[in-house]
Design a protein. Structure first.
Lengths: 172, 155
């Protein structure tokens, strides 16, 4: 038997691209209008535990209760940096312990001397800051601190902040 | 008389569609949803040694924007009750740590692994900043990321 094959119509199916293009332009317009490149920000990572008292006090015992205990009071090794602002909120006076330091370079040099001394391992570094000090000025101090290396080679990243009244102490 | 041809001349839209899709792909890839939590009106301090953020994508962050008046803004909304908000976030962080089986970061069990990202205006007085930091510390946050710009940007 002879088969008759139907001839298929070879017409092209054309997509209507105009509708798709409209939608694509809508999406493009949305992305262009909402595009706002955020500035590249840096950060300083810190561990900020609350400051602990410089002397460990056992609250259960009273002073002089045990006369046989002649051991000295256990003191926590704390390095204290004091920063006092001027009227404009910028750094006016800076002390490391009781020693005046001038500027970031002075602070850097003093901290290097103290922190790399193996005989003086500090358990905590407390930054005492005047209440009106601007944040950018504080960050300069923090930046100098976090650049320091401790005697064991680790970077200093553990600080505690304490708020101070603004009047600098008379160290003379 | 010559007959006018009625064939419509249709432009080939395929190349333009390709190009538009390429542009859409570009914008979709560079869109940054994280910036929605940042208050870009703040002028951050400028520090050359501030390092770019490298959290590895797995850190739990709490972003706090503090303006020069000490107002705490989160997602563009000013939070009046700072203590309440941070306490609430600490509760969320604890629940998150419990669900994901995360261990506390240090010796104290109450410490949270969440990093508090502090974005404060450069003119913010320490008194106002310290209020936020102390509240975070009281709620168990210990890890802080203080934000700064690497260089001065035009605002």
């Amino acid at each position: 038997m002879r088969r008759h094959r139907r001839r298929r119509v070879q017409g092209e199916v054309e997509l209507n691209l105009a509708a798709m293009l409209d939608m694509a332009f809508q999406l493009l317009a949305f992305f262009i209008l909402t595009f706002k490149p955020s500035p590249i920000e840096g950060q300083i990572m810190l561990r900020l535990p609350p400051p602990r008292p410089a002397v460990v006090v056992d609250s259960d015992k009273k002073a002089g209760e045990n006369t046989s205990d002649t051991s000295p009071v256990i003191a926590m090794e704390s390095l204290i940096i004091s920063v006092f602002p001027g009227a404009d909120g910028r750094v006016d006076t800076m002390l490391v312990g009781d020693v005046h330091v001038s500027g970031e370079a002075g602070l850097d040099a003093r901290l290097k001397t103290i922190l790399t001394d193996e005989g003086a391992p500090f358990e905590q570094v407390i930054v005492q800051v005047g209440s009106k000090l601007r944040y950018d000025e504080l960050m300069k101090v923090v930046d100098v601190c976090t650049r320091q290396k401790l005697a064991d080679g680790k970077k200093l990243s553990k600080l505690s902040f304490v708020e101070l009244p603004d009047a600098p102490p008379d160290t003379n | 008389m010559s007959s006018i041809s009625t064939d419509r001349a249709e432009p080939n839209l395929t190349p333009i569609l390709d190009m538009v899709f390429q542009l859409i792909t570009f914008f979709m890839l560079v869109i940054n949803f994280k910036s929605a939590s940042l208050d870009l009106s703040l002028k951050l301090p400028v520090l050359g040694s501030a390092r770019p953020v490298d959290s590895g994508g797995e850190e739990d962050l709490l972003v706090l924007n503090i303006d020069s008046e000490g107002r705490l803004k989160v997602g563009g909304v000013a939070q009046e009750d700072i203590e309440g908000y941070i306490g609430q976030e600490a509760g969320v962080s604890r629940a998150y740590a419990r669900i994901h089986g995360k261990k506390p970061v240090a010796e104290d069990e109450k410490e949270l692994s969440t990093i508090v990202v502090v974005r404060a205006d450069r003119a913010t007085p320490f008194q106002l900043l310290n209020r936020v930091i102390a509240t975070c510390q009281n709620n168990g946050f210990r890890r802080f990321s203080l934000k700064a710009m690497n260089r001065v940007e035009a605002h």
